[in-house]
Design a protein around this ligand. Sequence first.
Ligand code: FES
Length: 298
Amino acid sequence: MSPSSRTRSPLEPAVSALESASFLDPAAKKIAKNARETIPDGAVKDALSGTWLGHALHPMLTDVVIGAFMSATLLDLFGGRDSDTASERLLAIGIAAYGPTAITGVNDWADTEPADDGVRRVGLVHAAANAVALSMYVGSLAARRRGASKRGKLLSLGGTAVMGAAGYLGGHLTFAQGVGPDQTVFDRGPTEWTPAVDASQLPEGRPTRVVVDETPVLVLRDGSSVYAIHDRCSHRGCSLSEGAVEGEEIVCPCHGSRFDRRDGSLKLGPATVPQPAFQVREREGRIELRRLDPNAAA
Ligand code: FES
């Protein structure tokens, strides 16, 4: 298929325009900065980021919110007269789950927006649309409890339409703009021994970035030992070789995730997965490495 015959999504022009909407930047930057300054590093940030879970927490929570609101709307449409109480309960569940879901989303977005204008703008509109949808669901629940059932159901229907648009932008943030996936997943590094760097070029105790089979690798000499882990931070892709070495740990310069220099294991978030690590050997003055299979027998 030639590039010109590629099928374009009818939504692509609108999303492109949104990614270019620089007038959103002042408000977005201010909100993101406030979020970064408000959410404390350490246990709270790790909890919100999903470090304890092994991947981002936000997508799991969105399932609860979207599932509850969407189920209420489907009951309104197809559930018959006996479903009104169930719809109200589902709306209440969605409203209760909205706060934690929004906080985890803002946390993820605020870590990413400084490096990507498109992420900053799409994320702001995604959040704003979700807030509009929430206000409609809150209005819907209030109307139902006042006995204005028809108005309540119309508000829910409107909320679902807005939430659908917000969800589309959320999917765009993740699947098109790469907010959330492990940043090392598509280039884990060579599985066979591969020359990486002259041993004489490795300084003592200072990380060196090399590229092996198109994979960036951080190589670190510590006395008679040499360690190597993937250089692109699994969190948002910063170069770990520009970070600090503190004891056994490499500290990411962007958001402070800590990885064990020996095996890439994750010691502190907000990253949620470890760094791929490499076996290292020296042959004829060259450092060679190959991927360390975490499942291989010792
Ligand atoms: S890029 Fe965020 S901690 Fe490394």
